[in-house]
Design a protein around this ligand. Sequence first.
Ligand code: B12
Ligand code: SF4
Length: 433
Amino acid sequence: METLRLDDCPDLVIIQVYITNARRSYAIADHYRRLGAHVALGGLHVTSLSDEAAQHADSIFLGPGDSSFPRFLADLRAGRPQARYESGPRTLENLPPVRRDLIKRELYLVPNSLVVSRGCPHHCDFCYKDAFFGSGRSFYTQPVDRALAEIEALPGRHLYFLDDHLLGHQPFARALFSGMRGMGRVFQGAATVDSILRGDLIERAAEAGLRSLFVGFETLDPKNLQHSNKRQNLGRDYDRVIRRLDDLGIMINGSFVFGLDDDGPDVFERTVEWAIERGITTATFHILTPYPGTRLYQRMEQAGRLTTRDWDRYDTRHVVYRPRGMTAKQLQGGYLRAYRDFYSWRNIARASRQHATAKHQLKHLAYAGGWKKFEPLWNAGIKVRRLSAARPLLEAVLSQVSRGTAVDSVASVPALASKRRLVVTGVEPAVAA
Ligand code: B12
Ligand code: SF4
């Protein structure tokens, strides 16, 4: 979005390190340390591999920084900054307001991104979550009044919740959606399949303006779910999840992981076809990636299956381990093919035809096409610093398609009316937190 200037000479440099930017973060950190700045590194990657990060920092931060960062600033002012800070009490009660005045809104399509919780109630083996939060609370929310006040203060209509699981804390989510009713917002977020089926929370979300949801289907194979400890998906009727969202006019961004141990070379075509036939609007495919600190990483490391520790390649687009049910080449090729096939115009049109109303079909075409088919245009928008001009278009695509009353009617997704239900079964799921 902006070019980073490295010719300045600050007193303090703070970098958030994700695995995908670790190498660059370390290079920038080394540069500023040579100039005499105090360099503080924090974030997911620093928490997973603290010894590695400490070689490039004067202070490192493990876990959430919400309470350790103010402590550090006080120490720095007093001339006694520590080398290592553990996260303090896990609470969002007394956070200062986000300095949104620092965000150059015109540069972004989505300037209103916000996060009203931390973590998630689940424990999937491949996820960053347990490694990052370690011991202590790993799922907590803002007080709902503060979240609503933050939302109220945001200009425009569109919001993007970055929370791992927006429906994860039911009383909180219920109060949030109830407070948002009538605000005229349209918003996007993420949730798990079980939470969409439970009670009527998803209807309340739709009434508050939820128009598109990232859903972690991950795999169609119950053995894969079991082996990944993704128990909240086991025994859940994926087709019912899709119908329910579709009836409410909520577009689905389905997340799928390839390369789990029970996947064979047929997984790509099967998954893509399944998603198209169900009218999933957008799909995010991932190559299984063992992030340092996760149980998956430990297992892979013990079994000697990791093939590289080049963190640049740990971006879910490269194969960094020895798969079981296929070769690494098949996995890499199948992943690329899945993206190509799912986002071919022919298949976008096929998937869009699965919706009952012409308006929903058109929205599907516009959203999936706009997301994947016009990348040069998006890049041009970024270059000329006019991405914000496309925001009204996004809001129009996210406008309401249904009144959100016809829940669970099979007829709403024509293809589902004639198909066998897909229930991902295995052992009975433990009741999700
Ligand atoms: C939003 C998001 C995105 C957005 C970013 C949009 C944006 N403008 O911010 C988009 C869609 C672009 C994106 C892309 C990708 N993402 Co992403 N994304 C997220 C998501 C859902 C939320 C991030 C967030 O804002 N969290 C909320 C804040 C409050 O938490 P936080 O970032 O961890 O910060 C806290 C602490 O870490 C700490 N902290 C952090 N830095 C520092 C620094 C200091 C000095 C201190 C004191 C403290 C501190 O304090 C903060 C407050 O407690 C996370 C999942 C998650 N919940 O974190 C995944 C996640 C970060 N993404 C991930 C991945 C893999 C990717 C992609 C590689 C996916 C892909 N295949 O393309 C790309 C990489 C992009 C890139 N170039 O780096 C992984 C990263 C795994 C890892 N171990 O690093 C995550 C964890 C998802 C997952 N479950 O696996 N992503
Ligand atoms: S449900 Fe999603 S965010 Fe929660 S632990 Fe599993 S993968 Fe991570």
